[in-house]
Write a protein that binds this ligand. Structure first.
Ligand code: NAP
Length: 513
């Protein structure tokens, strides 16, 4: 059965953002913000809605000459200006952006629904999280103070002393994924601008619109025009940008494959790399099975599984396997797939049809190797697909499946029974990713062992992995990335340590005996 779509999609517009686009043939064409102004170019690209594949906007594509001039402005002037704004005023600007986003909340929500295919609830959640992140900026400051090191403890440093302080690197390039285009931009901007960096954004090609709105809000709130740039180049044409020496830090959220390409081109820079994931959930025999099934179903299906922290592997102690499997399938059956604009829809489309094809081919491969589709696996027209649960008992086969080896960025998970905590650890750790894991259960000794041995950046106990606003820091190990995003943590990676040594030799300050 195909999902019914109510009416063609179009982008509702809010006059406040009109600097960032112009209307052509009834469709807004968005302008890059480069060199301190909104600029038009001869070349344009279409932007589609994943809801029905309709063209809802276009984006002017900047030429390199203009990007080069823009980078020069950010590098020569923008970073100095950002740094010279007193910290207290930087905080006030962040708070003003939050106010503006609140005033124009509907425009941000509409852009996320129509351009990213999020349900209204999910879109609203992303805007609220972005506002919350901006308002929590003062908490980042807990990691900014430096150290004082007395010279007393080494014969060569007597009568001297040192300070170790943090200062902004200069220019941060944020490369944004399609799945949280607004929040990821806001988050990276907050921790970069707060200590005084200038900011260049490379938006995702599929859903850049909320980011144009963000830049307008940031300018209105008082960001110097020289200190911010929005460069909508396609990823495949971003090599020069990534390699540019006027960029000091790259903060990328995206797939592991993109991370590898960026690192190989960028040269020596600082990196925050939030890469691929897909998390294991381990269900122990003493878990509250009803609660675990509810949370794991949400962990699999929320935003159609297009989350780095989505659950992709469910490992269940054999004693409760059959009971739990039944409960989980029941929960998945209740997930309503449909037009995300409809209030009762739980799961909207995936971002494009190639993602649907990927799920279908992973399902086919699993079936051919003897795995069983317990639920879903069928396309529901366009970019819509049922949430999918695959059962594999044979661990040798499981480890060969694409759905185990790679990250399929959609609502698809594997379920399998395990005979011990050690087996759950082995199956979790043998995946190349190491973002998060979830454990459901009560036995403190088993939980403690799992916490100790799982090779991941975060463990959620009796909760599905959810990074939220980064109140608790998150980030990956292994192929899942480098560094952490989180309040008070990322700020350390966009600031350079500087040691200052004061020599007072012979000035009579210390009278050593
Ligand atoms: P993606 O295809 O890797 O794209 C991410 C960004 O990188 C986009 O802006 C893309 O531009 C750009 N890009 C692609 N190739 C590039 C290149 N060679 N040089 C410079 N930039 C390049 O990822 P996605 O599909 O948007 O996002 C989903 C991925 O992000 C998943 O793997 C997910 O796990 C990961 N993710 C991780 C976290 C985390 O916290 N670890 C959080 C969210 C998402 P175009 O759009 O123009 O191609």
């Amino acid at each position: 059965m195909e999902v019914a779509i109510k009416g063609k999609t179009s982008l509702p517009l809010d006059e406040f953002f009109k600097d960032s686009y112009r209307i052509e043939e009834g469709v807004p064409v968005f302008k890059p913000f480069i060199g301190g102004e909104w600029v038009e170019f001869p070349e344009k690209r279409d932007v589609y809605s994943p809801i029905d594949g309709n063209v809802i906007a276009r984006v002017f594509k900047p030429g390199w000459e203009s990007v080069d001039r823009g980078l020069e402005l950010v590098y020569r002037e923008g970073r100095r200006r950002a740094r010279n704004i007193p910290g207290e005023r930087r905080l006030a600007i962040l708070s003003k952006i939050a106010d503006i986003m609140e005033e124009h909340l509907d425009a941000f929500v509409d852009a996320l629904v129509v351009n990213a295919g999020k349900t209204r609830k999910a879109a609203y959640g992303e805007v609220e999280a972005s506002i919350d992140r901006l308002r929590k900026a003062p908490l980042d400051l807990r990691k900014l103070p430096g150290d004082y090191i007395p010279g007393d403890w080494d014969a060569h440093t007597l009568e001297s002393e040192g300070l170790v302080r943090r200062e902004p690197y200069g220019v941060v390039l944020a490369i944004i994924p399609f799945n949280y285009p607004l929040f990821d931009t806001v988050n990276k901007f907050t921790y970069s601008f707060l200590p005084g960096n200038a900011f260049v954004i490379k938006p995702p090609s599929s859903d850049p619109i909320p980011i144009f709105y963000f830049v307008k809000a940031a300018l209105e709130a008082g960001i110097p025009r020289e200190s911010i740039a929005l460069v909508p180049l396609p990823g495949s044409e971003s090599e020069k940008l990534v390699a540019d020496r006027r960029i000091h830090v790259i903060s990328l959220t995206g797939s592991t494959e993109t991370g590898l390409k960026v690192i190989s081109k960028a040269g020596i820079k600082q990196f925050i790399m939030e890469l691929g994931g897909g998390d294991p959930a381990i269900v122990l025999e003493d878990a509250d099975l009803e609660q675990a099934a509810e949370k794991i179903a949400t962990g699999i299906t929320s935003y159609s599984g297009q989350r780095c922290d989505a659950i992709k592997l469910v490992l269940v102690e054999r004693q409760v396997y059959k009971k739990f499997r039944k409960l989980l399938v029941e929960k998945l059956k209740q997930v309503k797939v449909g037009d995300p604009r409809e209030p009762d829809t739980d799961m909207g489309p995936v971002i494009d049809s190639s993602t649907v094809e990927e799920v279908l081919s992973a399902v086919k491969e699993a079936e051919e190797r003897g795995a069983k589709v317990l639920f879903g696996g069928r396309r529901l027209g366009g970019n819509y697909i049922e949430p999918t649960l695959i059962e594999v008992e044979d661990k040798r086969i499981l480890k060969e499946l694409r759905a185990y080896r790679d990250e399929i960025f959609a609502s698809i998970a594997i379920i399998t029974p395990v005979d011990s905590v050690d087996e759950a650890i082995e199956l979790s750790n043998e995946r190349r990713y190491g973002l998060d894991a979830a454990i459901f259960g009560k036995d403190i000794n088993k939980i403690r062992k799992l916490v100790r041995l799982l090779e991941v950046g975060a463990v959620y106990i009796n909760e599905y992995p959810r990074h939220g606003i980064g109140y608790y820091p998150f980030g990956g190990r292994k192929d899942s990335g480098i560094g952490r995003e989180g309040i008070g943590y990322s700020i350390e990676q966009v600031t350079a340590l500087k040691t200052i040594v004061y020599n007072y030799k012979g000035k009579g300050i210390w009278e050593y005996m």
